[in-house]
Design a protein around this ligand. Structure first.
Ligand SMILES: *[C@@H]1O[C@H](CO)[C@@H](O)[C@H](O)[C@H]1NC(C)=O
Ligand SMILES: *[C@@H]1O[C@H](CO)[C@@H](O)[C@H](O)[C@H]1NC(C)=O
Ligand SMILES: *[C@@H]1O[C@H](CO)[C@@H](O)[C@H](O)[C@H]1NC(C)=O
Length: 365
């Protein structure tokens, strides 16, 4: 009894102190949270049994090992020259004779999608500066840096149509490239698909409210384009020609990973890189607002645990009709993980990644 009386004298001020701490932490977590999250529905990968997890991507050859840092996107032009944009700001290229060239330095930590242009050279999405054209001589020129008076940020992937217009994605109008996972945790659609006409300098919104707008590709006949929404685990098909022109439908959904870049293959099919955006045992974070706030505000270092992209690689081959043809994985990320792009050229697949110091090259059988 005596000890209880002793406790009761101390409990109120003590619990008051605890309450103050909890309130302070609560304030810190919720009021100063950089996100205003919704819950994210993770899809059931219903057709996985027909495309079992495999290790095909462990058979890649390594191009430019040690020379290319986190090469997010990769392309091969008609003459067989390979281009990639690296994390340290270079556009590097591999000539047919096997020699690498440190082609041009763009001084950016945020180079993402690249595409060839009919004007010669390539166009690069710089998530900090905007759309940049690097001409045949390697001279950079920013084509589009402002949209409606605001800095164009987080341009993610771009494709040029034969009339010269550029279709490009803005992954998030709220979060920047270095905070991309916050867009996932927030799970509110801040992505856009825009069209830029370099002759009129006009920029139009084609689609908005996209769940992390990522890869963009045109069909072989340019009658439709595809844009991938990473945390919606799907890609949309937007008709450009024909009776359905201007309409948008689902191209493929319920994907077994978050779609990143998408590229047209020579036969009219597509290659989509899939990110393992959730990690085993941490899926609950996506269905708890409190957990999202806690991680975004207090433990941003935990994002690496919640994000499974560093543990696995996956690419999907999909027909022009949206039907899956093949899935290639490095199931435990032994050779490649965080594969962000797959580009087919002359019977080989070239793979970019945000966690590699090489380009993967895989013969297609
Ligand atoms: C290109 O850059 C890499 C480092 O990124 C360096 O090791 C290599 O020597 C450079 N090559 C040339 C030809 O300058
Ligand atoms: C490919 O090579 C031809 C002949 O040298 C040249 O005219 C053309 O511009 C090259 N294409 C590209 C994309 O560099
Ligand atoms: C620019 O702002 C106008 C007016 O708010 C809007 O209608 C238009 O869609 C915007 N365009 C882009 C590309 O954001």
């Amino acid at each position: 009894m005596a000890s209880l009386g002793f406790l009761s004298r101390f409990l109120p001020p003590f619990s008051g102190f605890i309450l103050a701490c909890v309130l302070a932490i609560g304030l810190q977590i919720f009021v100063f949270s950089p996100i205003s999250p919704d819950l994210l529905h993770l899809p059931e990968p219903s057709y996985l049994p027909s495309f079992p997890t495999n290790t095909h991507l462990q058979g890649v050859g390594k191009l430019g090992e040690g020379i290319v840092k986190d090469p997010e996107d990769v392309l091969v032009d008609e003459n067989g020259t390979l281009y990639t944009a690296t994390r340290d700001g270079w556009i590097k290229r591999l000539h047919r004779d096997g020699s690498w060239e440190n082609w041009t330095m763009l001084n950016s930590q945020a180079l993402l999608g690249i595409t060839v242009t009919r004007k010669g050279g390539i166009i690069v999405c710089d998530a900090e500066k905007g759309l940049t054209w690097v001409d045949e001589d390697g001279h950079p020129k920013v084509l589009l840096s402002r949209v409606n008076g605001s800095q164009l940020r987080f341009a993610d992937d771009v494709i040029e149509a034969s009339d010269g217009s550029l279709y490009f994605s803005v992954a998030s109008t709220k979060f920047g490239f270095h905070n991309w996972y916050l867009d996932f945790l927030e799970a509110k659609p801040h992505g856009q698909l825009l069209k830029f006409d370099p002759s009129s300098l006009q920029t139009l919104i084609i689609l908005e409210d996209l769940g992390f707008a990522n890869g963009v590709a045109l069909s072989r006949d340019e009658d439709f384009l595809i844009v991938c929404e990473t945390w919606k685990f799907r890609c949309l098909k937007h008709w450009l020609k024909g009776d359905e022109a201007g309409k948008t439908e689902i191209f493929i959904d319920n994907l077994p990973g978050g779609p990143d870049n998408i590229n047209l293959a020579p036969d009219g099919s597509f290659w989509i890189a899939l990110l393992q955006v959730t990690s085993e045992g941490w899926e609950f974070v996506h269905s708890s607002k409190a957990a999202k706030h806690l991680i975004a505000t207090t433990f941003p270092s935990m994002i690496k645990k919640v994000n499974g992209a560093y543990t696995k690689a996956s690419v999907l081959h999909v027909g022009a009709d949206g039907k899956i043809i093949q899935k290639l994985d490095d199931a435990d990320g032994k050779v490649m993980s965080f594969v962000t792009s797959a580009f087919e050229f002359e019977g080989h697949l070239y793979l970019g990644s945000l966690n590699s110091n090489f380009i993967g090259k895989l013969p297609l059988i």
